[in-house]
Write a protein that binds this ligand. Structure first.
Ligand code: GLN
Length: 199
C-alpha cells in the first residue's frame, strides 16, 4: 500500500511527514507517471490557483481525474478540496483543468483572509475526542449533493465530507500533531497500521 501526495505546492511535506509518522509508505506526485505505483492520494492545503497553473500542460490533472473516477481513494484538504469540488462559486479557476468528482459547491477564501485564520475544535463522526482543526483562507462548502456524507460541521456548515472514495475537508489536518483524521482515511483503505490510536 502506497499513498501518493500531490506535491506541486502547499503543505505536501506536512502530509508526507504524517504518513511517515504512521509508518505508511508514501511518495510525491508531480507528474502523471507517478500515479502508477499508488493506491490512494492526498491533495494538500496550499493555493489551488498555483496548483492548477503548475499542473497545466503536464497531463497530471486529467490522468488523476481518470484514476479517481475509477475508484482511487482521494483526500483533499483545503486547496485540495477546491480541486475536487464539482463547482466553485467564482470564476477564478476557469480555464484550468480541475479534478472534480465531489458533488459539492465551494466558495474559495470564504473563511476569511490569512490574518483571520483560526483553529476550532470539531466533533468528527467516529472520533471520541474533538479534533483541533486549522482553517487558513479556507474554502466553505456551500452546497452538497445528496450522496455526500457529512463527517463534521462547524456552525452547521459541513467541513469534512465523504462521497465514497472521495474525502474532502475545508481545514488542514496536516497541520498540528493530531493524526486521527489521516488514520481514519487510511483505515478505510486497510493502510493504517494497527487499530486507530486514541480515538
Ligand atoms: N485559499 C486557498 C485557495 O483558494 C486555500 C487555502 C488553504 O489551502 N489553506 O486555494
Amino acid at each position: 500500500m502506497r499513498v501518493g501526495v500531490l506535491s506541486l505546492q502547499g503543505a505536501f511535506r506536512e502530509h508526507l511527514s504524517v504518513l511517515d509518522s504512521l509508518g505508511v509508505s508514501s511518495c510525491k506526485v508531480t507528474r502523471p507517471e507517478h500515479l502508477d505505483g499508488i493506491d490512494s492520494i492526498i491533495l494538500p492545503g496550499g493555493e489551488s490557483s498555483a496548483m492548477v497553473r503548475i499542473a497545466a500542460g503536464t497531463g497530471l490533472v486529467p490522468a488523476l481525474s481518470d484514476r479517481i473516477g475509477a475508484g482511487l481513494p482521494v483526500f483533499g484538504t483545503c486547496a485540495g478540496l477546491i480541486l475536487l469540488a464539482d463547482r466553485i462559486t467564482d470564476d477564478s479557476l476557469d480555464g484550468f483543468d480541475r479534478l472534480g468528482g465531489l458533488d459539492a459547491t465551494v466558495s474559495r477564501n470564504a473563511y476569511g483572509r490569512h490574518r483571520e485564520s483560526f483553529c476550532a475544535p470539531l466533533r468528527i463522526t467516529g472520533l471520541n475526542e474533538d479534533f483541533p482543526a486549522t482553517f487558513i483562507r479556507a474554502p466553505q462548502i456551500v452546497d452538497l449533493g445528496v450522496g455526500v456524507q457529512v463527517l463534521a460541521q462547524l456552525d452547521d456548515v459541513p467541513v469534512l465530507v465523504r462521497q465514497g472514495n472521495i474525502w474532502g475537508g475545508s481545514f488542514q489536518p496536516e497541520l498540528g500533531s493530531d493524526t486521527r483524521i489521516h488514520e481514519k482515511f487510511l483505515h478505510g483503505l486497510g493502510a493504517a497500521p494497527g487499530p486507530l490510536s486514541h480515538v
